[in-house]
Design a protein around this ligand. Sequence first.
Ligand code: FE2
Length: 132
Amino acid sequence: MSRLPRAQEYLKTGFTAEAAAAARCRAYAQAAERAGRPNLAAAWRELAAEKDGLAIAQLEAAGKVWGDGEAIAAALAEERFENHSLYPRMVREVDAETAAVFGQVIAAQEVHAERLAALAERLRAATADLPA
Ligand SMILES: [Fe+2]
């Protein structure tokens, strides 16, 4: 579906807002869990799942849910940009404590990039779904 640039921009804004809200809800769920409040944690997780749904609906409306090859290539490109450009630039401009957080993110994302590359290989070898 083709949409006006303004609509695409707003769908992206909405997607980003709902995806971030979902992550915040999960953080609150984790905090509640750690505080020994599992029912509150469950309520936050339920909201997070609904926020995920809203984010996905907007991504779909924008026509940005790609096929396997494009999705993996886009995810890899995103990880590489973040790890080789975005985070290193930010690391240089922040205090040591914040830089350490970004360092952990970069390390985790290196692993994610390796997993994405491995997934691409597995998908190339697969006929339909990935083997279990
Ligand atoms: Fe990332």
